[in-house]
Design a protein around this ligand. Structure first.
Ligand SMILES: Nc1ncnc2c1ncn2[C@@H]1O[C@H](COP(=O)(O)OP(=O)(O)OP(=O)(O)O)[C@@H](O)[C@H]1O
Length: 259
């Protein structure tokens, strides 16, 4: 894995996992969270990870993000690529305005003030919050806060976006709108996205490929390509058919573990 702190604008965003294993703790209390996970995510691909609770989805994202180290195997990112990470909680700085939050990564990257101002304005336009730059997080709805979190992540200028249930706390309508927004931004910026969700319809709506992880230890047990043309609708029959198949596989897996 790379350890440089600059992002690579020219990088295309491929992500590879080679036999990645993660063990938490030691001795009798050791937990094998991931066991030999190998995965190639192509540049610009949108991959959704689904699996029962505790199967290691967040662990996998954290390892790719570099927040934790694998116990075995390798994670390969292009030189200089530091993925952006988004969670269910937007984790904004409450004392900063929307502009201040989006500006933070640019400041940390040492960009000059004038360039930062232009970038913040552009990013707020991208997430349709151009008129809300002076607001503070508590003045925004949950969906708007996630838009700010997305703009802040995009400010990292990284080609790889890791998303851990980013829309899990939002109502269905807001989620639906944010699916459209994310799809637009993903396609315009040719981002590589690894997206964790419990929601199989959401996975079918967004993904080029859905990966199913087994219950502990997490292993890849099944995957499928979603060949439904975009733009898609979450309530379309094609998406429902794929979601039903994923649900069946997930049920079988959960049943096997008696959860
Ligand atoms: N820091 C830790 N120390 C010990 N065990 C951990 C730690 N973090 C995660 N685990 C265990 O590793 C396994 C995988 O956890 P992880 O959070 O990656 O799963 P998940 O699929 O994201 O779960 P969920 O869908 O519930 O969010 C679980 O059994 C969890 O209890």
């Amino acid at each position: 894995m790379t350890s440089t702190t600059t992002t690579a604008r020219s990088a295309t965003g491929s992500v590879a996992l080679r036999g990645v294993t993660k063990v938490y703790g030691q001795g009798e209390s050791a937990v094998l969270a991931l066991d030999g996970v190998s995965l190639d995510v192509a540049p610009g691909e949108f991959v959704c990870l689904v699996g029962a609770s505790g199967c290691g989805k967040s662990t996998l994202l954290n390892l790719v993000a570099g927040l934790d180290r694998a116990s075995g195997g390798r994670i390969e990112l292009e030189d200089g690529v530091n993925p952006g990470l988004m969670f269910q909680e937007p984790a904004l700085f409450p004392w900063l305005t929307v502009e201040g939050n989006v500006d933070m990564p640019l400041k940390l990257r040492g960009l000059p003030r004038a360039e930062r101002r232009a970038r913040v304005a552009e990013l707020l336009r991208t997430v349709h919050l151009a008129d809300f730059g002076r607001k503070r997080p508590h003045q925004l709805s949950g969906g708007m806060r996630q838009r700010v979190a997305l703009a802040r992540t995009l400010a990292l200028d990284t080609p790889v976006l890791l998303m851990d249930e980013p829309f899990g706390a939002l109502d269905a309508m807001t989620r639906d709108i944010l699916h459209d927004e994310l799809e637009r931004i993903w396609s315009e910026r040719r981002l590589t996205v690894l997206f964790v969700t419990h929601n199989v319809r959401e996975a079918a709506r967004l993904a080029d490929r859905i990966i199913l992880l087994s219950s502990r230890p997490g292993r890849i047990i099944w995957s499928t390509r979603v060949d439904v043309p975009r733009p898609r609708r979450i309530d379309s029959p094609e998406i429902a058919t794929i979601a039903a198949e994923v649900t069946d596989r997930l049920r079988t897996e959960v049943g096997r573990h008696g959860q």
